[in-house]
Write a protein of this length. Structure first.
Length: 241
């Protein structure tokens, strides 16, 4: 059975969007995964299909109603994890992407306005996930990011399995720099070690570069990586339990 993605949104026409191109698009065409975008407004109330209302306690903006959102979720509820894309969610990480890609698929809820009534999030056990520390107009772009990250890890989607193993975050580090022909361009030469043919030295250089870049650009990742390495060293030390 293919990996299945369902997206609940007020703008189903936004999909597949970029997901219909390149690796994800080709995988979609051959059935490696499936995508359905469902219109939340189909469950809206009244003549105008209203999906939102003013927030209790006052404040700016509108909030998506729990009864409307729950009715939309009820149509697709199954064993797939339900995810609500929101800036207040836990960060989307490569570890989470791998876990989701290994499962049957996902159900993604895209919010709009000021958000979604907390009660439906709790009642449906939705996992709140964020793609970064910034605010978008809605969850559609975040849903596309999550889906693209997952789909490329599905069996047969990427040409070489090694590509995923060496990418940023796969080993807790950012990825090393890449070079291709020509060997010299605008006075800039490819590092000699990459032309040496010595695979051991190349691997060591790439590792060192990955560590340098991570240390300089993402001190949070570097600290976590160092802590993980220390934990492994203690666990494998002579006499360790």
């Amino acid at each position: 059975m293919s990996w299945r993605a369902s997206v609940l949104t007020l703008f189903p026409g936004a999909f597949p969007g970029p997901l219909g191109q390149s690796l994800a698009g080709r995988a979609l065409e051959r059935g490696a995964w499936s995508l359905e975008a469902r219109d939340i407004r189909a469950h809206g109330l009244g003549r105008h299909r209203s999906v939102d209302d003013t927030p209790f306690g006052g404040g700016a903006g509108m909030v998506m109603r729990p009864d409307v959102v729950d009715a939309a979720l009820a149509e697709i509820a199954d064993d797939r994890p339900g995810i609500f894309l929101t800036p207040r969610g836990a960060p989307l990480t490569q570890d989470l992407v791998r876990d989701l890609a290994a499962g049957p698929g996902v159900m993604l809820l895209c919010g709009r306005y000021e958000g979604i009534d907390q009660r439906v999030i709790e009642a449906r056990g939705l996992r709140e996930v964020s793609i970064g520390d910034y605010v978008l107009s809605g969850g559609e772009l975040a849903a596309m990011v999550l889906l693209d990250a997952c789909v490329r890890l599905l069996p047969g989607v990427m040409g070489a399995a090694e590509s995923a193993e060496e990418e940023s975050f796969s080993a807790g580090l950012l990825e090393y720099p890449h070079y291709t022909r020509p060997a010299e361009w605008q006075g800039r030469a490819v590092p000699d070690v990459l032309l040496s043919g010595n695979h051991g030295e190349i691997a060591a250089w790439r590792r060192a570069e990955a560590e340098r870049i991570t240390r300089e650009r993402r001190p949070d990742l570097w600290a976590a990586h160092r802590s993980d390495m220390h934990g492994r060293a203690v666990a494998t030390a002579p006499g360790a339990p």
